[in-house]
Design a protein around this ligand. Structure first.
Ligand code: BMA
Length: 850
């Protein structure tokens, strides 16, 4: 049997200094220094700049532990390091065991002969990733593009070295992230002992899964000391399968076929229950269980459908035969210091995604292959995962050593994650195909121009080796049947000019950054729609309370050093201001500006998401940039570092409703009222449309039968703007639509004829009535005139059932509060404490109201 113990009681110090300090493992140098009060809080003020010395130092960690006789009596003893960040030399009792160079790999060392009874000394020396990689740049003789590497901030000028390290790219800074190039033991270190047999891995390969049956094959890796005949038993879903196997001495891979009749299928949110099965594999020698391992998975048939059609080619996920419209966001690591991410924080993020009606997250390639817990939660909550390999916005070096390191990283992570039903796609990298643009001189980010034709050929060959060979081979070999997509975005692996995505390609996926980076108007979200929108986004600031966690009252202006150090996109502030001037009324002060930036972002994301969904099934996915933050910062996130929902998160929740009514006013003199359904059954009812003034009076009404088939979208009613408005002032009216069905009103939408900036508003008086409901508190909100962008803030941490909404007289809103909780139930009805209710009129200059 196998036993395993996690080693703790670590201490650490800088290699060239005296004085050990206690360390917390898993952790990193930055968090250990902070805990020992050696450095100021890294996220506060401009402290990031003061802490850049840390990555230029070598650091050492050590622990002493006693290996009891029972441990030593095992014939096999292994030291397992699940994650070392990054360049480390590991020694046990003075003997060097291994040298590591990849934070994404697990490292194992045989310590049978080195481990002694009594005290043992484990020592890990981390070489500075900066000092380690600068010579590699020298040696290469030219630099490789790494657009987001903030080398300047690290005191390295333009020497971008992130590409040489197999280490989370965002550690080197990003356009939303600080530069904290960490070192340390970031995943547990264990001692593993076994004798006779060890079961290394169990993979439940899903060969064919239908409602009738699931044809599975358990691929079991067993190490045996002796050749022997044993029994392998697999149990799961109330069934047991058994097989006699002849093990050879050493490593064995045994395959055991298993069929489950009428399986409970795993579905993503919105389509059904995410049913999970636990499978246990046991090895029996002489009737006794000598090794065992359990894994959990969900049974589903999944594929990426890329088929030619009249427009180009499709790009969507099909789950159990159902085409899924992917609704979600891009996920980045939840912290600059990875070990600070608790289970509760993971759960909060994933439960927030589900609360916001999402069904997919993309684990973006500039972060990390996430913790097991992240994927377990996605499995449990029914969230599909688009999984990138960890390469982003850079060209990487070639060479046998680098490539075999990448191969081992890929193999290990594919093997670690392949039982998760949530992972539906592996993608090679983020934006490299489009940035390099090998076959199109007109496009790309200008990277290629810096190199001679010979160097270009070499750099591209190195690219192809990793993304067109090593990674897809690892997926095919270790998770056969799982789809691999070389780069996001891309049209198809054609090897010619048609390979690279543009803002209007009709195959593959698109990152549309015309709005924001190219300063195009929001309306362009309606034009640039691809088959799958895997990125687009708009920045905003965190709320005042979150900003105050890093800034003092005196720092409260856009261009203060502190605010600037928490805005990593060079043009970010200018863009927010420019777009604000276009669409929003002028904020009355800086805290109001923070809030209005959220309203602006929410507006942009609503327009984009609904444009994408209206084009279903031409477009089959919309993942905005980005779900979360790794520190408190101005960014494209919909939820800030503290997990607080920005206005966007609420807007997204509404725009991601499974049944969506969406009004499109970009049609030139017309308003199209669309119905989008992610339900599989048809929906029918009556569409009721009303034109109201801001005092809540109904000026005109329309009504039409509305019906929509399952899993599709269509325009239900088109009204001419001329007819709707006639003599009325477009600045004073709102068009509201409701879908009435047997279930009641199941969808609502509203449409204004001018941007918020031009609306003629008066100051509303909103009344709030509290009452108890479902063990929590319900708030009944009423107003005397239109209250635009009503914003509720609670004293307690949590979320409201709705927020950032418009309130009209005669149409009260009932809002529930759910507190953030650290149990299995992430949000619980609770008392929000003091609630402040404001609306846009409270945030803008009085004279801009009307
Ligand atoms: C995309 C992402 C990130 C970046 C974001 C905002 O390119 O892949 O690299 O943070 O845009 O610029």
């Amino acid at each position: 049997m196998r036993s395993s113990v996690v080693l703790d009681q670590w201490r650490f110090k800088a290699c060239d200094q005296e004085g050990w300090l206690p360390a917390k493992v898993p952790g990193c140098v930055h968090t250990d220094l902070l805990r020992n009060e050696q450095i100021p809080a890294p996220f506060y003020g401009t402290n990031e700049q003061e802490l850049q010395w840390i990555d230029k130092q070598d650091w050492e960690y050590e622990t002493r532990f006693v290996a009891g006789d029972e441990w030593l009596s095992h014939s096999r003893l292994e030291l397992v390091m699940e994650g070392l960040d990054t360049y480390a030399e590991v020694s046990l009792n003075g003997v060097c065991l291994l040298q590591t160079d990849n934070m994404f790999r697990t490292w194992r060392a045989d310590v049978k002969r080195l481990l002694q009874s009594g005290s043992n000394h484990l020592h890990i020396r981390f070489r500075s990733p900066v000092k380690e990689d600068l010579p590699k740049l020298e040696q290469l003789g030219y630099s490789l593009p790494a657009t987001n590497d903030q080398s300047e901030a690290g005191g390295l000028g333009n020497r971008k070295i992130s590409v040489f390290a197999r280490k989370a790219p965002y550690h080197y800074g990003w356009d939303w992230g600080p530069r904290f190039v960490t070192s340390g033991i970031w995943r547990p270190v264990r001692l593993e002992a076994w004798s006779g047999w060890r079961m290394r891995d169990v993979y439940i390969q899903q060969q064919k899964v239908t409602e009738q049956e699931a044809k599975l094959c358990a691929v079991v890796e067993i190490e045996a000391e002796q050749p022997e005949e044993v029994q392998l038993r697999l149990s799961g879903g109330g069934q047991v399968w058994e097989q006699t196997v002849s093990l050879a001495a050493g490593e064995n891979t045994v395959r055991l076929e298993a069929v489950i009749a009428e399986p409970r299928l795993w579905w993503c949110r919105g389509l059904g229950e995410p049913a999970l099965y636990t499978f246990t594999a046991e090895l029996l020698a002489g009737g006794t269980v000598v090794a065992e391992r359990s894994v959990r998975t969900g049974l589903r048939q999944v594929r990426l459908v890329k088929e030619k059609d009249t427009y180009g080619s499709t790009f969507y996920i099909e789950l159990n035969g159902v085409p899924v419209f992917a609704k979600g966001a891009n996920h980045i690591p939840n912290d600059s210091f990875l070990t600070e991410v608790t289970e509760e924080r993971y759960r909060h993020e994933i439960a927030s995604a589900v609360e916001a009606n999402m069904n997919m997250l993309r684990v973006w390639g500039g972060g990390v292959y996430e913790d097991d817990r992240f994927y377990e939660l996605c499995d449990e909550y029914g969230v599909l995962v688009w999984q990138d390999f960890m390469f982003a916005c850079s060209m990487y070096p070639g060479g046998a050593a680098f490539q075999s390191n990448v191969r081992e990283e890929a193999v290990q992570n594919v093997k670690r994650l392949r039982n998760h039903p949530s992972i539906v796609l592996w993608c090679g990298n983020n934006e490299i195909d489009i940035a390099w643009s090998q076959y199109d001189d007109e496009r790309g980010w200008g990277w290629r121009r810096a190199y001679s034709p010979e160097l270009q050929a070499r750099i591209w060959a190195d690219y192809e080796a990793i993304f067109h060979r090593i990674l897809p081979e690892a997926v095919e070999q270790y998770a056969p049947g799982t789809d691999y997509w070389p780069s996001s975005p891309m049209v198809e692996l054609t090897g010619d000019i048609h390979q690279h995505a543009t803002n209007s390609t009709t195959g593959g996926d698109i990152h549309y950054w015309g709005v924001w980076h190219a300063v195009e108007p929001f309306a362009n979200y309606n034009i640039h729609i691809g088959r799958f929108m895997s990125e687009y986004g708009f920045q905003s600031f965190p709320e005042y309370r979150s900003v105050r966690a890093y800034a003092e009252e005196g720092d409260m202006e856009l261009e203060s050093p502190v605010m600037l150090s928490h805005q990593k996109n060079g043009h970010g502030n200018r863009l927010i201001k420019e777009y604000m001037e276009l669409y929003m009324k002028e904020s009355k002060d800086f805290p109001s500006f923070l809030y209005m930036s959220q309203v602006l972002q929410a507006e942009a994301m609503k327009i984009a998401i609904e444009a994408h969904r209206r084009r279903k099934p031409y477009c089959m996915g919309t993942l905005y940039w980005q779900m979360n933050d790794c520190w408190p910062v101005a960014s494209w996130a919909s939820m800030d570092y503290y997990g607080r929902w920005k206005a966007t998160q609420y807007a997204v929740k509404r725009s991601f409703e499974d049944i969506l009514l969406s009004m499109d006013g970009t049609l030139g003199g017309m308003v199209g009222i669309h119905l989008v359904s992610d339900r599989l059954e048809p929906v029918s009812g009556t569409l009721q449309v009303r034109l109201l003034n801001f005092a809540g009076n109904v000026l005109k009404t329309w009504s039409a039968p509305a019906a929509i088939g399952g899993n599709t979208a269509g325009c239900t009613l088109t009204l001419s703007t001329g007819n709707i408005l006639a003599e009325l002032d477009p600045k004073e009216v709102v068009l509201m639509a409701e879908l009435h069905t047997e279930e009641g009103i199941i969808a609502r939408a509203s449409h204004y004829f001018v941007p918020s900036k031009q609306l003629k508003l008066s100051r509303p008086s909103i009344t709030v009535t509290r009452c108890e409901l479902d063990g929590g508190i319900a708030l009944l909100l009423e107003t005397d005139v239109l209250a635009k962008h009503v914003w509720l803030s609670s004293e307690a941490e949590g979320i409201f059932s709705d927020n950032n909404f418009d309130l009209l007289p005669g149409q009260p809103a009932t809002i529930l509060f759910k507190a953030r909780s650290d149990g299995n139930q992430p949000f619980l009805p609770a008392d929000p404490g003091k609630v402040v209710v404001r609306s846009m009129a409270d945030f803008v200059k009085e004279d801009t109201l009307s």
